[in-house]
Write a protein that binds this ligand. Structure first.
Ligand SMILES: Nc1nc2c(c(=O)[nH]1)N[C@H]1C(S)=C(S)[C@@H](COP(=O)(O)OP(=O)(O)OC[C@H]3O[C@@H](n4cnc5c(=O)[nH]c(N)nc54)[C@H](O)[C@@H]3O)O[C@H]1N2
Ligand SMILES: Nc1nc2c(c(=O)[nH]1)N[C@H]1C(S)=C(S)[C@@H](COP(=O)(O)OP(=O)(O)OC[C@H]3O[C@@H](n4cnc5c(=O)[nH]c(N)nc54)[C@H](O)[C@@H]3O)O[C@H]1N2
Ligand code: SF4
Ligand SMILES: [Mo]
Length: 697
C-alpha cells in the first residue's frame, strides 16, 4: 500500500519551503490527516531537528481557510469577493482568455509570475516552464531573492557553490556576514555552535544585532550598504602587513597585483568613516582573519539586497583567496545550489518555445511592468508567490493589479492579498499531496517527496494544473503527458554535472535521500568556471559590463554612509531594513494564528537617539514613510543598530494588531521599498531604502 492509501502512520517527507536547510521530515498521519510534523532523524544533514515554523505546519496544511475549489471574481478587484466555479469552467475560461489575448496582443502579453513558495523542481520550475514556453508567454527573470549576490560570487569564483556544511564545522573562525542563520538556516547555526565548542570564534557583521548577532563572540555593526568598503579595508591591512598567501595568489587567482595597489586607498581610517566600524576593529578583524585557520565566511542575503549588493558579495568572496583559505580547509559560502544543478533542458524543455527571443521581464519591476510597460501585459498568472506583499513598491504593485484590463489568475493555498486581486483563483495542493524532487542550496542530499495525504478539497498541484491547461490549449506534445516520475528521472540525468553521478530515481525511491557524489570536489579549485579558470580578483567580464573590474566601493543610490552625511539632512534621513523574522517564511505563515502569536506584532526597532530626536517613546504607534508609501507599526526603542538605521522584521499582511481600521492599507513593509535594480544580476534592493518617522496621531 502506498503512503497515500494508508490512513494512519508516520511517513517521510521533505520541507518544501525556500530555506537552505531542506530538512527531512516525518509526517504523522491519522485518519487521512496530518496531525504532527517532526524531523526525520535519519536525514544525514538535518538529523531530525526542524524549526518551529514547520513543527506547526499541520496547522497550515489543514487550516480552515485553505482554498478548496476554483473561484471567479464577483466584486471589485482586491475586495476578495468570489463565487465558486468548477475546474472545467475555470480551465475553459483561462483557455479562452489566453487564446484571445494571444490573437489580439501576441502571446508575450501573458506573463507568468512565480517564485519558490514550494521548492520542488517539478512544481516550481518544471511543468510551468514547459507550458508558458510553449504558449510563447513573456519570460520572467527570477531576481527577487539572491540574484545580485549570486552574480557577484560568480564573477569572483565562477562555480556557484562554496564550502560544504561539514567543512564549516571545522572552522576556527566563523564569520556570519549579512545573514541571520539562527532564524534562516538553523542547521548551519548548529554547526557554528559545534565549531565554537571546539574553540572557534564567532563574528557577526550586520547592520542589526539579530538573533545570530546576539550569540556572537564579537558583533560588528556597520552602516547598511558599506560591506564592500569593510572588506576592502580588511584587504588593505592584509596586503600592507604582508599577511597574504602569495603562493596561493599566484597559483589560483588573477589580478592580485592590481588589487594590492587598488586597496591602498582603503585605509582603516577611511573605511571606518564609511562603515562606522572603528579603525582599530578593522585592523583587529584583519589580523584575526589572517591568523586563524581554517576560517569560514557565511555570506547571507542581507548585504546583497542593496544597490551595490552584487559588488558587496563579490568583494567579500575574494577574502578567502587572499589568505589561501581554500587550500587550508576553509573558505566561504553564498549558495551551494550548483552542486545539485539538474538537467534544465529536460525539466523545462525550452525547445518547446516558438519564440526564444521573447522579452524577459525582471520580477522586481512588477509595478512598472503592470503600470507603464509597453507593449502591455494583459494576462498575469501568479503561483508560488505573493507579490502584493513581497514585491517592492507594493502600493504601485496593487495599483497595477487593480487594472480592469488585466486578466489575473492566482494559484494558491490561501486567499492571499495577491489572490484577492485575481479574476480566477485556483486551489493549490500542499507539497505533501504531491510527487516532487528536492535539492538543497546548502547541503548535499537530494530528496524525493511522494503524496502522503490526498489533495485537500479540489486542489491541484502546479504540475497537474499546467498539464490540464496544456490540454485545454490543445498542446499535444508528449512533454505535457509525462508523469512526475518520468520527469524526475530525466531531470536527474545531467551529464554536465558530475556531482549528480549515481543519483537516480530508483535510489531515491529506496533510500529517500541520496548524497551527491562529492569526489569531484577534491579538484574544486580546478573546476572554477570563470573565464580564466581562476579566482578572478580582477574581472574582465565586469569591465565589459561597465562595472569596476576590481572590487570597488560604490555608495548606495538611495542611502548614505558615514562619509556621506550630507544626505542625512534629506527628507528621509533614516535607513529602513526589513529582513525576515523568525516565525514566518517571507509572507508564508503570516496568516496562521500560531505563527502570528509567536511573533506578536510588527515592530519598528529604532535607536534611542533617533527616537529622542522625534519624541518617540517605546511602544508608541508610528508611521514610517517616504515618497513611496507609509508603514504603520509599533516603535521598539533599542540600541541593536547604529543610529540612523531602523529595522522591522517580517513580511506581515494579515490579522495582526496593527491591522485595525486606523492603519488599514498601511501595514506593508514593501510599501516603502524601491524597485530599483541592483548593480548585478538584476537583483532586488529592498534594504537600500530611506525613510522618515512620525508618531501616529
Ligand atoms: N525564519 C525564516 N527563515 C528564512 C526566511 C524567512 O523569511 N524566515 N526566508 C528564507 C529566504 S527566501 C532567504 S533568501 C533566506 C535569507 O536569510 P539570510 O541569508 O539570513 O538573509 P536575511 O535574513 O535576508 O538578512 C540577513 C541580515 O542582513 C542584514 N543586513 C541588511 N542590510 C545589510 C548590509 O548592508 N550589510 C550587512 N552586513 N547586513 C545587512 C539584516 O539586518 C539581517 O539581519 O532565509 C530563508 N529562511
Ligand atoms: N521587504 C522585504 N521584502 C522581501 C524580502 C525581504 O527580506 N524584505 N525577501 C525577499 C526574498 S529573499 C524572497 S525569496 C521573496 C519571497 O517571496 P515569495 O516567493 O512570494 O514567498 P512567500 O511569501 O513565502 O509566498 C509564497 C506563496 O506560495 C504559496 N505556495 C506554496 N506552495 C505552493 C504550491 O505548491 N503551489 C502554489 N501555486 N502556491 C504555493 C504560499 O501559500 C505563499 O503564499 O520575498 C522577497 N521580499
Ligand atoms: S523551514 Fe528550513 S529549518 Fe524549517 S523545517 Fe523547513 S528546511 Fe528545515
Ligand atoms: Mo529569498
Amino acid at each position: 500500500m502506498s503512503m497515500l492509501e494508508r490512513s494512519s502512520g508516520v511517513f517521510p517527507a521533505v520541507c518544501p519551503l525556500d530555506c537552505p536547510d531542506t530538512c527531512g521530515l516525518l509526517l504523522h498521519k491519522e485518519e487521512g490527516k496530518i496531525v504532527k510534523v517532526t524531523g526525520n532523524p535519519n536525514h544525514p544533514a538535518t538529523k531530525g531537528a526542524i524549526c518551529n515554523k514547520v513543527r506547526h505546519m499541520a496547522d497550515k496544511v489543514h487550516h480552515p481557510e485553505r482554498l478548496l475549489y476554483p473561484m471567479k471574481r464577483s466584486g471589485p478587484k482586491g475586495s476578495g469577493e468570489f463565487v465558486r466555479i468548477s475546474w472545467d469552467e475555470a480551465l475553459s475560461e483561462i483557455g479562452t482568455k489566453f487564446r484571445r489575448l494571444s490573437a489580439e496582443h501576441g502571446s508575450e502579453s501573458i506573463l507568468p509570475y512565480s517564485f519558490y513558495g514550494n521548492m520542488g523542481a517539478l512544481n516550481a520550475e518544471g511543468m510551468d516552464r514547459r507550458f508558458f514556453g510553449k504558449l510563447g508567454a513573456s519570460k520572467l527573470a527570477y531576481t527577487i531573492c539572491n540574484s545580485a549576490g549570486n552574480a557577484g560570487w560568480k564573477y569572483t569564483m565562477g562555480f556557484g557553490g562554496g564550502s560544504s556544511p561539514e567543512d564549516t564545522r571545522q572552522a576556527k573562525l566563523f564569520i556570519v556576514w549579512g545573514g541571520n542563520i539562527v532564524s534562516t538556516s538553523m542547521h548551519q547555526a548548529v554547526l557554528m555552535e559545534q565549531a565554537r565548542k571546539d574553540g572557534a570564534t564567532v563574528v557577526v557583521i550586520d547592520v542589526h544585532k539579530n538573533l545570530t548577532g546576539r550569540r556572537a563572540d564579537w558583533f560588528i555593526p556597520l552602516y547598511p550598504g558599506t560591506d564592500t568598503a569593510l572588506a576592502l579595508g580588511l584587504m588593505n591591512v592584509l596586503f600592507e602587513r604582508g599577511l597574504t598567501d602569495e603562493e596561493f595568489l599566484k597559483q589560483y587567482t588573477v589580478g592580485h597585483e592590481q588589487l594590492r595597489e587598488h586597496v591602498k586607498t582603503y585605509t582603516p581610517e577611511r573605511v571606518s568613516r564609511i562603515t562606522g566600524v572603528p579603525a582599530e576593529d578593522i585592523v583587529k578583524l584583519a589580523l584575526m582573519y589572517a591568523e586563524t585557520s581554517p576560517s569560514h565566511i557565511h555570506i547571507g542575503n542581507g548585504l546583497q539586497h542593496h544597490d551595490n549588493g552584487g559588488m558587496a558579495v563579490r568583494t567579500v568572496s575574494c577574502l578567502p583567496a587572499l589568505t589561501g583559505q581554500w587550500s587550508r580547509g576553509g573558505g566561504a559560502f553564498k549558495s551551494n545550489g550548483a552542486y545539485a544543478s539538474l538537467n534544465d533542458e529536460a525539466l523545462q524543455r525550452p525547445d518547446l518555445r516558438p519564440n526564444p527571443g521573447v522579452r524577459t521581464l525582471n520580477m522586481n519591476k512588477l509595478a512598472d511592468t503592470l503600470l507603464t510597460l509597453e507593449p502591455k501585459v494583459h494576462g498575469l498568472f501568479v503561483f508560488g508567490s505573493n507579490p502584493a506583499v513581497v514585491a517592492p513598491e507594493s502600493d504601485r504593485v496593487r495599483e497595477g493589479l487593480e487594472r480592469e484590463d488585466l486578466f489575473t489568475v492566482v494559484h494558491e493555498l490561501f486567499l492571499t492579498d495577491t489572490a484577492k486581486y485575481a479574476d480566477i483563483v485556483l486551489p493549490a495542493t500542499s507539497s505533501f499531496e504531491n510527487t516532487d524532487l528536492y535539492t538543497s542550496y546548502w547541503h548535499h542530499y537530494v530528496q524525493l517527496q511522494e503524496p502522503v495525504i490526498a489533495p485537500v478539497g479540489e486542489s491541484k498541484s502546479n504540475f497537474e494544473l499546467f498539464t490540464l491547461l496544456a490540454q485545454e490549449m490543445g498542446f499535444d506534445e508528449e512533454a505535457f503527458r509525462e508523469d512526475p516520475k518520468t520527469v524526475i528521472a530525466s531531470a536527474l540525468d545531467n551529464s554536465d554535472n558530475p556531482y549528480l553521478n549515481g543519483v537516480t530515481l530508483e535510489r531515491l525511491e529506496a533510500e529517500r535521500f541520496v548524497s551527491l557524489d562529492l569526489a569531484p570536489k577534491a579538484s574544486y579549485l580546478e573546476r572554477l568556471t570563470t573565464p580564466s579558470g581562476k579566482i578572478e580578483l580582477y574581472s574582465e567580464q565586469l569591465s565589459r559590463m561597465g562595472l569596476p573590474p576590481l572590487p570597488t566601493y560604490m555608495p548606495l543610490v538611495e542611502g548614505f554612509d558615514g562619509e556621506n552625511k550630507e544626505q542625512r539632512k534629506s527628507d528621509y534621513p533614516l535607513m529602513f531594513i526589513s529582513p525576515p523574522n523568525h516565525n514566518f517564511l517571507n509572507s508564508t505563515f503570516a496568516n496562521v494564528e500560531k505563527h502570528q502569536s509567536l511573533e506578536k506584532e510588527p515592530l519598528l526597532q529604532i535607536h534611542p537617539q533617533d527616537a529622542a530626536e522625534r519624541q518617540i517613546i517605546d511602544g508608541q504607534m508610528v508611521e514610517v514613510y517616504n515618497a513611496r508609501g507609509i508603514y504603520t507599526l509599533k516603535a521598539s526603542v533599542t540600541d541593536l543598530m547604529l543610529p540612523g538605521t531602523v529595522v522591522s522584521q517580517g513580511l506581515w499582511w494579515k490579522g495582526h494588531l496593527a491591522d485595525s481600521k486606523a492603519v488599514k492599507g498601511r501595514r506593508l513593509a514593501n510599501a516603502l521599498t524601491s524597485s530599483r535594480i541592483a548593480d548585478m544580476g538584476g537583483g532586488a534592493t529592498f534594504f537600500s531604502t530611506t525613510v522618515e518617522i512620525r508618531v501616529l496621531n
